[in-house]
Ligand binder design. Structure first.
Ligand SMILES: [Zn+2]
Ligand SMILES: [Zn+2]
Length: 120
């Protein structure tokens, strides 16, 4: 009898998402974090003492005596003699320039290999 007519019409908010966000959440956050890490805090200070050490001790490996130039300088790393990365005296007395091979060798003896990932 009484035929009620339900106009089940929901009003949608006129706002339509133009792009369905492809959800890059994990990746972008990671990317940003990596960028911040490399450019801002860690990378900068590491680069800084490395440059100083290279200036003071020269572009060669203190162990095997290998020479370096701009083309392969990136594999010349700075080793901390006492193993303390925060001990960076400006006179360079705690630094030793080692090629990656010698550096790895140096740390594998002390089982401090993970230092490498920090220093590079
Ligand atoms: Zn070497
Ligand atoms: Zn080292």
């Amino acid at each position: 009898m009484a035929r009620t007519r339900f106009t089940a019409r929901r009003r949608r908010p006129g706002r339509r998402s133009v792009l369905q966000t492809p959800a890059p959440t994990g990746e972008s956050a990671k990317d940003v974090a990596a960028r911040l890490k490399s450019s801002a805090s860690v990378g900068k200070s590491a680069q800084d003492y490395r440059r100083k050490s290279l200036e003071i001790h020269g572009w060669f490996c203190a162990k095997c005596g290998r020479d370096f130039d701009e083309n392969n300088l990136h594999i010349l790393t700075v080793h901390h003699r006492d193993g303390d990365h925060k001990n960076n005296p400006p006179d360079g007395s705690n630094w030793e320039n080692l090629c990656v091979d010698c550096h790895e060798d140096e740390h594998s003896r002390d089982m401090l290999g993970r230092y490498l990932s920090d220093e590079r």
